[in-house]
Structures are given as structure tokens and as C-alpha cells.
Design a binder for this molecule. Structure first.
Ligand SMILES: Nc1ncnc2c1ncn2[C@@H]1O[C@H](COP(=O)(O)OP(=O)(O)OP(=O)(O)O)[C@@H](O)[C@H]1O
Length: 596
């Protein structure tokens, strides 16, 4: 917790500790329910260790009183010292139980939240990801959970400990030295509250300085990241001026803040110590008049410092609670997201043959509802047919694939496969029938074997090997020292583009889908690798309905039909030979401009 409380709370993290917000925090607490027994044990240990420790100041005072010949509970110094050690030992045992049980509860429940969020997120539809950056989701899983973890492991325990110290400590003071306690109660709270208010004002000012500094840092980041642009426009002097203005401003605010900070620090030192002098003066006069013993005065000072630390700690706890309410809100937002309807239910496999029909399909992405990408698109692909999608960049080719994969709901129209509306089919069972070889193949950071088997989890060694062979990948895999156990590196960086493509083909072969989607790579490979990849792809396409987003003439020529997409609709269809006969047709034009 210590590292967290030092940072000022960001404006967006500030939350009121009202009923609704605390309810949010409590509903995250439900992840702790399975461990409530342990948690209660921890709480009891915490309570006992706090209360036990509260005997410490009194017994320390007792030491002095015995020395002065005014014992209350014990006769000798030795007895009192032994009692003190026993108290400390008991306290140590309770503390251990508290820390250990809280850690177990905390780690387990936070682990459950992490797993729940990840499981939730991975099942969410693509629309969710269109609206959020990956970094944002990552921070839900990392920093927000850490904040909650801090709260549940430390803050709640601290809160309880400090409240107990405050209540019991004050009660003991009033029982032991009522006059002195009353005198202190009249002075200290006033001092503490005024220091708190002043402190808040100073923190606000420091926050402003930080903001200014952050703004100045943005200038550094922006300009250094686009250094070629700065130089090309000869704007070095301009950027220097911009940065120096920003720094001047942050310096001005920092110095302005320093004036108040200086005043604050001297105020706190003066006022707090004056308070101590006042109480000390009154305490000493009580000792002088024989109303209080030296030991009681000593105990009083110790109790007061315990209570003082508790009050000071409450401010940090408040900040941390605000922070964790923000975190719990964001975590709950994700946990309450609507999932894809049928995705998680298990359903018997569906066997499709791959006769695809788009009936009057219109579509706009949910994030940009005004931008109609497809409007009234109609086409039919027979089972086993190979079709190339051609069109200018942004014409909607990938969108057609996205809709076929049911990544987004249609705005209008239907897509049927073998006569069945795809929206009526169980999502997972349906997607089992589709295989995709993407343009940019990104592998997972495991072994080659794991990456191929991704197409069919649980595939046998022989199946993986056969898929690799048919994908023309076996030859290069065998050349690696570790063969199928070769690690591909994060995102597959240790393999070349052509090798990654063949792994992706092997993966698709293993999946054995009825419908195959190929997003042809735009980057070209060397002639030999290209031939190997092409050959593997042809084997993969055999007997499957294939839709290719094609970028090469050689690929397009081999397909049965070409669909030219323009303005979200089908502009031309036909084979390469048919379409090239229209001299001024869209295909002929594209052919001249793009494909060759
Ligand atoms: N996730 C998305 N959210 C919002 N709009 C999108 C999204 N993906 C694509 N679009 C928009 O939909 C239109 C069609 O894009 P699409 O990716 O289907 O084109 P494309 O023909 O595949 O292009 P390219 O050949 O450049 O890949 C574009 O105007 C694009 O800006």
C-alpha cells in the first residue's frame, strides 16, 4: 500500500464513499466468499493482535511506576518486563495468523477475479474489442486488480486496526487519565483537522504541478517520436520554445506551491509541537499535584501517539478506498458485458458442405453506424467453389469475411449456408466449419507443434506431422535442431514470413473446415518459398469452398469466379477470362492498376 498512497489520486479516480459505490466494492468482494471462514479467522486475529498491543503502553508506564514505588499490577520490574514480552509474543502470533490468512484469501480471490475477467473477455464479441484498446483491457487485469488486492489485503485490515486502536485507545485514556484525556481531546482534533484541510490544499497544488510537468513531457515525447517531421519542417526552434514555455509554467506553479508548502510545514511543526507542549504542561502539573503518576503520563503519551498514527493513517485509507472503488467499477463493467448469445453453450457439431448465400446483406460497423460498408449485397457460392474477392482498399472485402465469421451481427439481410441461416446455428459449432489463413500470420509463443495443433486441440503426433507435411512445412521443421519442439518466439518472430504462412496452412489443414478463407499476403516471398506456399494452399483448398481476398493475378486466375466489390455491393462477377473481355470493366481497370 505504501507505494500507492504516495501518488496523488488522479481526478478520474476520485469517488465518493457513498452507498452505491461501496456496493460496487462489496460485489467484487463476492470473489472472497468461498474463503469467508479464513477471512473471519484473519479478522479475529487482527482484532486480537490490535487489542493485545494496546496493553503495551500501559505496561510500559507500569515499569516506571514500579521504579517510582507506585506499582498497580506487578510488584517488580522483572515481572512487568516478562509480561511485556509475553504480550509481544501473543501479539506476534496473532499478527502472523492475520497476515498469512489474509494473504491466502487475497491471493485466491484475486486469482479468481483475474481468471473470471480473462474468461469473460475472451468470450466477448469483437464489437467489444473495437471499442477498447488492448492496453485498457490489460490494465483491468493488472493495475485495477492490484489496486483491489492492496485494498483487500492491507487497506481493510488497516482500517479495522486503526478504528480499533482509536476506539479502545481513547477509552483506555479516559479510564486511566480522564482529565488529561479530556484536555487533549479539546486541543488535538482541532489541530489535526486544520492540518488535514491545509494538507489537502497543498496536495491539490502539487497535483497541478505534476499535470504541468506531464504536459511538458508530452511535448518531449511527441517531438522526439516524430523527430524526422520536426527536422523536415525545421521546427527545432518552435519545439524548443513550446517546451520551454511548458517548463516555465510548471516551474512557476511549483514555486508558488513551495511557498504554501513551506508555510504548511512550519505550521504543522509549530502547531503539533505546541499541542504536545500544552498537553505535556498540563500532564506535568497533574503529576506535580499527585493526581497522576509518571508512569501514567508516560502511558498516556504512548497511547496518544498510537491514536495519532491511526488518525493520520485514515487519510491514506480514504484515498485507497476511493481508488479501489474506481477499480471495482471498471472490473464490474467488464464482468457485466453482454456475451455472444450462444457461444458458451455446448452443442453437437454441425456438418456443413459450404453452399454460401448472402441475401440483401447490409452492414455498418457498430462503432461507426453512419458509414454503410455493405448495402444490399447478394451472391451465392456453390459448395467446393473457389471465389476471389477483388476490390479497392476499403471496399468491404474483409467485412464480408467478418460477417461470414459472425464477428458482427448483420444490420439487414441474411447469410445462409446450405440453406440454413447462420445466425440460428450455435456459434462455436458453426465456426468449427470455417478455417482461416490470415494475411499476417501471428503465432503464439510456444512450440511449432503447439502452434499447428491450435487448429485441432488434442491432435495426435501423427496428425500434426501429416498436416505439416501437406503444408510443405515438414522440410524446414526437420531442419531445426528441436524439430517440432522448436520455440517460435513471441508472436512467431523466430520464423520467416513464408514459414509462418505454412504453419498457418498446416493449422487449417488440421482443422479440416468445409469453408476456407484465405487472406492473401501482400508481401511477396522469394520464388522458391512462394511456390511451396502456393502448392500447400492448393492442396488445402481441394474439396473446400474457398473465399480468397486476392492480391495476385496468379491466384485470381486459378479461381472459379471473381467477385468485384465496389461501394459495398457486387459490381461484377465472372471468371478471369470472362471479365477481361470487358475492356473498360472494373476488373480490367483494377487488373491494370493493382493486380499486375
Ligand atoms: N472494425 C471496424 N470498425 C469500424 N469500421 C471499420 C472496421 N473495419 C473496417 N471498417 C470500415 O469498413 C470499410 C470496409 O473495410 P474493409 O476492411 O472491409 O475493406 P477491405 O476491402 O478489406 O480493405 P483492404 O483491402 O484495405 O483490406 C472501411 O471504410 C473501413 O474503414
Amino acid at each position: 500500500m505504501a507505494k500507492q498512497v504516495k501518488e496523488p489520486l488522479k481526478e478520474e479516480d476520485k469517488r465518493k464513499l457513498n452507498k452505491a459505490n461501496l456496493k460496487n466494492l462489496a460485489s467484487v468482494l463476492r470473489f472472497m466468499l468461498p474463503y469467508k471462514g479464513l477471512f473471519i479467522l484473519g479478522l479475529v486475529a487482527l482484532g486480537l493482535s490490535t487489542v493485545t498491543l494496546l496493553a503495551f503502553p500501559r505496561l510500559s508506564g507500569e515499569l516506571l511506576d514500579i521504579a517510582n514505588g507506585k506499582p498497580t499490577y506487578f510488584q517488580t520490574i522483572n515481572q512487568a518486563a516478562v509480561a511485556l514480552i509475553v504480550i509481544l509474543l501473543i501479539q506476534a502470533v496473532f499478527s502472523f495468523i492475520r497476515v498469512y490468512t489474509f494473504a491466502i484469501v487475497n491471493e485466491r480471490s484475486m486469482g479468481s477475479i483475474r481468471k473470471a475477467i480473462y474468461e469473460k473477455v475472451i468470450w466477448l464479441p469483437l464489437t467489444f474489442f473495437d471499442n477498447r484498446r488492448v492496453g485498457e483491457i490489460m490494465s483491468r487485469l493488472t493495475s485495477d486488480i492490484s489496486t483491489l488486492q492492496d485494498t483487500f489485503s492491507t487497506t481493510l485490515a488497516e482500517l479495522l486496526r486503526q478504528i480499533l486502536t482509536l476506539v479502545f485507545g481513547t477509552a483506555i485514556l479516559f479510564y486511566m487519565t480522564p482529565k488529561l484525556a479530556a484536555f487533549m481531546l479539546l486541543t488535538f482534533p482541532v489541530l489535526v483537522i486544520s492540518a488535514l484541510i491545509f494538507g489537502k490544499f497543498i496536495r491539490k497544488l502539487s497535483g497541478k504541478t505534476q499535470d504541468r510537468l506531464a504536459a511538458a513531457n508530452v511535448i518531449v515525447e511527441e517531438s522526439l517520436q516524430s523527430i524526422p517531421v520536426v527536422k523536415a519542417f525545421t521546427n527545432e526552434a518552435f519545439e524548443t520554445r513550446r517546451y520551454s514555455n511548458a517548463i516555465e509554467e510548471s516551474m512557476r506553479i511549483a514555486i508558488y506551491t513551495a511557498r504554501y508548502r513551506g508555510f504548511f510545514i512550519s505550521f504543522v511543526i509549530f502547531v503539533i509541537f505546541s499541542g504536545i507542549v500544552a498537553v505535556g504542561w498540563y500532564g506535568a502539573s497533574l503529576v506535580q499535584s499527585g493526581e497522576t503518576t509518571t508512569g501514567e503520563l508516560f502511558s498516556f503519551v504512548l497511547y496518544t501517539s498510537f491514536i495519532g498514527f491511526s488518525i493520520a493513517g485514515l487519510g491514506d485509507i480514504y484515498t485507497q478506498l476511493q481508488r479501489s472503488i474506481g477499480a471495482s467499477e471498471r472490473v464490474l463493467d467488464i464482468l457485466h458485458e453482454k456475451e455472444e448469445d450462444t457461444s458458451r453453450t455446448t452443442a453437437p457439431p454441425i456438418k456443413l458442405y459450404g453452399g454460401i448465400r448472402f441475401n440483401n446483406v447490409s452492414f455498418a460497423y457498430p462503432t461507426r453506424p453512419d458509414n454503410t460498408v455493405l448495402s444490399g449485397l447478394n451472391f451465392e457460392i456453390r459448395p467446393g467453389e473457389k471465389v476471389a474477392l477483388i476490390g479497392r482498399s476499403g471496399s468491404g472485402k474483409s467485412t464480408i469475411i467478418n460477417l461470414l465469421l459472425r464477428f458482427y451481427p448483420l444490420s439487414e439481410g441474411t447469410i445462409t449456408i446450405d440453406g440454413q441461416n447462420i445466425e440460428g446455428l450455435n456459434l462455436s459449432a458453426y465456426r468449427q466449419n470455417l478455417g482461416i489463413v490470415p494475411q499476417e500470420v501471428i503465432l503464439f509463443g510456444g512450440t511449432i507443434r503447439e502452434n499447428i495443433a491450435y487448429g485441432k486441440p488434442g491432435a495426435t503426433e501423427a496428425e500434426v506431422r501429416e498436416a505439416a507435411r501437406r503444408a510443405n512445412a515438414l522440410e524446414f521443421i526437420e531442419r531445426f535442431d528441436d524439430k517440432f519442439d522448436t520455440l517460435v518466439g513471441e508472436r512467431g518472430v523466430k520464423l520467416s514470413g513464408g514459414q509462418r504462412q505454412r504453419i498457418a496452412i498446416a493449422r487449417a489443414i488440421l482443422k479440416d473446415p468445409a469453408i476456407l478463407i484465405l487472406d492473401e499476403a501482400t508481401s511477396s516471398l522469394d520464388a522458391h518459398t512462394e511456390a511451396l506456399v502456393q502448392e500447400a494452399l492448393e492442396k488445402l483448398m481441394e474439396g473446400r469452398t474457398t473465399i480468397i481476398i486476392a492480391h495476385r493475378l496468379s491466384t485470381v486466375k486459378k479461381t472459379d469466379r471473381i467477385f468485384v466489390i465496389q461501394d459495398g455491393a457486387l459490381a461484377e462477377t465472372g471468371s478471369h477470362t470472362e471479365l477481361t473481355q470487358h475492356e473498360n470493366g472494373i476488373y480490367s481497370t483494377l487488373l491494370k492498376l493493382q493486380l499486375q
